[in-house]
Design a protein around this ligand. Structure first.
Ligand code: ADP
Length: 312
């Protein structure tokens, strides 16, 4: 049976304000981007979230299904709505993000009606992926329920991946984020960390927070720089894999999300960590060469995911 992956999080309605004040509608979310790219790479993936029973929730579901993302674990909460944000671009081209998300359906995934069913279903997946943004949605009790669910996944032989996407505005204070990230890293089997996120969150010694897990789990530490390198630590291996320069960086939205998708797809196909990182760079390199989070299908690079003669 194909490996089943669950990506947990929130997709929001996105409105981009144009110079004349009109709004262009889209939708977006970090873990959704990862799910979408996993599906494009042939991985059996479900997006796990909650939506409302409004027309936009319907549209999102249809769009995800059209991309091959499984929607069986999307809970529908009657009377609720997805979160929403507006992207405003000032006259210097600088973008700012403005959110209406406190009452978003996705925040009740681990606490509202039906949470027990979601948790039971999640325990059956082979790989469960969540990000720091996912963690910021749930509050203390919901995060506790998610942590318990991850332990159930691992008890059944599944794995848990965590991506340190840190957005300060999602957290009531930094201390809460610091402790939630520490717990999530300590519980993960695979960590995608960006040195920038770790520094914002923990200060100059931030990388130590993830490197202390070397040996216990697989770590992909994304550096800054242009083009950036990633350091992959798995077992006793510690290798640095540089990205190839990208001729024109157009928009870095979803760079990390797509990197994680290609890395996981390659690992699930049996490729070793350094080869998986090269796949991550290839896909992320294509994504940043296009506007928006989701590139045209025709621009998807042909990644060497299969192992030679099927052997890792
Ligand atoms: P995010 O901030 O979304 O986490 P990162 O900045 O960590 O994204 O970049 C993720 C990946 O995107 C990098 O590991 C690399 O593969 C690719 N990438 C980002 N910026 C560049 C660049 N300037 N040149 C080439 N690749 C890049």
């Amino acid at each position: 049976m194909a490996t089943r992956v669950a990506c947990i999080g929130e997709c929001m309605m996105e409105l981009s304000e144009r110079p004349d004040g009109s709004l262009l509608r889209g939708y977006g979310g970090d873990t959704l981007n990862t799910a979408l790219y996993l599906a494009r790479l042939g991985v059996a993936v479900d997006y796990v979230t909650a939506l409302g029973d409004d027309p936009w929730s319907e549209e999102m579901l249809a769009a995800w299904a059209a991309e091959g993302v499984g929607t069986a674990q999307v809970r529908r909460l009657p009377g609720r709505m997805p979160g929403l944000y507006i992207i405003r671009t000032d006259d210097k081209g600088e973008r700012s993000f403005h959110y209406w998300r406190d009452s978003a359906a996705a925040r009740d995934l681990f606490s509202g009606p039906g949470a027990a069913e979601t948790r039971a279903a999640l325990a059956d997946y082979d790989l469960v992926y969540a990000s720091g943004i996912s963690l910021s949605l749930y509050g203390e009790a919901g995060r506790g329920a998610l942590a318990e669910t991850c332990r159930a996944v691992q008890a059944r032989g599944g794995r848990v991946a965590f991506d340190t996407n840190y957005r300060p505005r999602g957290w009531p204070d930094k201390a809460k984020a610091q402790s939630a990230f520490r717990d999530a890293m300590a519980a993960a089997d695979l960590i995608f960390a960006s040195s920038e996120d770790l520094e914002w969150l923990y200060g100059p010694e931030g990388e130590e927070e993830v490197l202390r897990h070397h040996g216990r789990c697989e770590i992909v530490l994304k550096g800054s720089g242009s083009p950036p390198s990633v350091r992959v630590l798995a077992g006793s291996d510690d290798v640095t894999v540089p990205a190839s320069p990208v001729a024109a960086v157009v928009d870095t939205t979803a760079a990390g999300d797509s990197f994680a998708a290609a890395y996981m797809a390659a690992r699930l196909a049996g490729r070793p960590p350094a080869a998986a990182a090269a796949c991550g760079h290839r896909l992320a390199g294509a994504v940043i060469g296009h506007r928006g989070a989701v590139i045209p299908r025709s621009a998807m690079p042909d990644l060497p995911l299969a192992t030679e003669q099927g052997r890792p």
